[in-house]
Ligand binder design. Structure first.
Ligand code: B12
Ligand code: SF4
Ligand code: SF4
Length: 350
């Protein structure tokens, strides 16, 4: 085994990243993202919907020098959140609301955020006057583009970064640094989707206008997590029992079904009652119950009102007599937004 003194800075960073709980680590030079033009086109076509922060930060997303002056390298990190698939009888049980698997356990912004800050501090010790910026999700970075350039995997037609041996249930982060590092060697040929189109065919709301392009405005993940307000009527019946996020374009993917193996982070695991809670119980949560039940998890993002709006839609899609009982408290809820979606559900159940 090599001692730290015999290791290159790149090897030391990679070893430290593994110690800190990351499954993947790759390095690229800081550069203008390869697919910047596609990103601009996507914004121009309005596909970011109400996520206007993406427009506001576009210049920085396309130029790392604007994020960290003097930046030379980017260290991309990946962490698996895969803890196993939901059994079909739970996933297709319409009396339950399905939570996307990245949000089953602890919030990755916290979990990875702390680890990535520690890695950034380590990078600063490798030479004098080294500057770093560390991000997980919320930074002005096209994370999948950067991760692909650092050798972490390839981008699938579902737009996700897929690792050929781990699938796509990976969360990404990066440390940008003024330290000049040797880029990770890239395989001569990365695998690709080939002729497969399963994610495009299986998406419940047909949110992919073409391969590698996702129209957020149609995506269940966007509608249930990011979008505030009234969900467009034609989309509601297509949302099924998804109450927070959506994994459908991943659970159908052969790279996921064949290669996903549970990651090292047990903090992403949880009980079935938390991964797919009963809609009847969710509809009866008070605001403080909601904050307590989902404490420390990403499910708090749409806030109480947004989440119960999603629950009302899922109840409307649950074709059963029991659904009317479950809906009752939402029909007289304090929130007008929740009541409006509950009225829709009542009609849908007739
Ligand atoms: C906005 C956002 C969303 C939006 C829009 C998603 C989208 N596809 O654009 C919504 C709310 C819908 C969303 C949903 C989800 N998200 Co999100 N999201 C982001 C965020 C903050 C920005 C993404 C962005 O810039 N989109 C704009 C598009 C144009 O850029 P892009 O997604 O990078 O797309 C690239 C490809 O399309 C590619 N491309 C374009 N044309 C072509 C052509 C060819 C031939 C090829 C090969 C590639 C290619 O280039 C683009 C530019 O890099 C990132 C974090 C970040 N800072 O990057 C997380 C992120 C992408 N999300 C993530 C996750 C986990 C999810 C969900 C799985 C959550 C869930 N279960 O509900 C879903 C997955 C939906 C999906 N299929 O993408 C992870 C993805 C990890 C991974 N393995 O890829 C990220 C990286 C967060 C993180 N830190 O881990 N998300
Ligand atoms: S997350 Fe769901 S709704 Fe969004 S693109 Fe994937 S399959 Fe479609
Ligand atoms: S389902 Fe098929 S087309 Fe979609 S990302 Fe996976 S391999 Fe690619």
């Amino acid at each position: 085994m090599q001692t730290p003194l015999e290791m290159t800075p790149e090897q030391r960073i990679s070893a430290r990243a593994k110690e800190l709980g990351f499954d993947l680590c790759g390095i690229s030079r800081a550069f203008t993202p390869k697919r910047g033009p596609e990103f601009r086109k996507w914004l121009d076509q309005g596909m970011a919907g109400t996520m206007t922060y993406l427009n506001r930060t576009a210049e920085r997303r396309l130029d790392p020098e604007k994020v960290l002056p003097g930046v030379r390298s980017v260290i991309s990190l990946g962490q698996s959140y895969f803890t196993g698939f939901l059994p079909d009888e739970i996933r297709h049980d319409h009396s339950r609301g399905i939570i996307a698997s990245y949000a089953w356990g602890q919030d990755y912004h916290d979990l990875m955020g702390h680890a990535i800050e520690e890695l950034a501090e380590f990078v600063q010790t490798l030479s004098s006057d080294v500057k770093t910026r560390a991000y997980v999700d919320t930074g002005p970075v096209l994370e999948r583009d950067v991760a692909e350039s650092s050798g972490l995997g390839f981008i699938g037609k579902n737009t996700l970064l897929i690792h050929p041996k781990m699938g796509s249930q990976l969360l990404l982060g990066e440390v940008m640094t003024t330290l000049a590092l040797e880029p990770s060697p890239l395989p001569k040929q990365m695998p690709s989707c080939g002729t497969c189109t399963r994610c495009q065919d299986d998406c419940p709301t047909h949110a992919f206008p073409s391969a590698y392009v996702l129209d957020s405005r149609l995506c269940i993940s966007y509608l249930t997590i990011e979008f505030r307000g009234s969900i467009p009527l034609p989309l509601r019946p297509k949302m099924g029992n998804h109450v927070f996020g959506c994994d459908d374009c991943q659970t159908c993917c052969p790279w996921v079904t064949r290669f996903s193996t549970p990651g090292r982070q047990k903090a992403y695991e949880n009980t079935f009652e938390r991964k797919a809670p009963k809609l009847f119980d969710l509809a009866r949560l008070s605001e403080s119950d909601f904050n307590e039940f989902f404490r420390g998890s990403p499910v708090l993002r749409p806030k109480y009102e947004g989440f119960l709006r999603n629950v009302a839609v899922a109840i409307g899609n649950w074709k059963s007599r029991d659904a009317c009982d479950a809906l009752a408290p939402l029909l007289k809820h304090d929130s007008e937004l929740v009541r409006e979606h509950a009225e829709w559900a009542k009609e849908a159940l007739k």
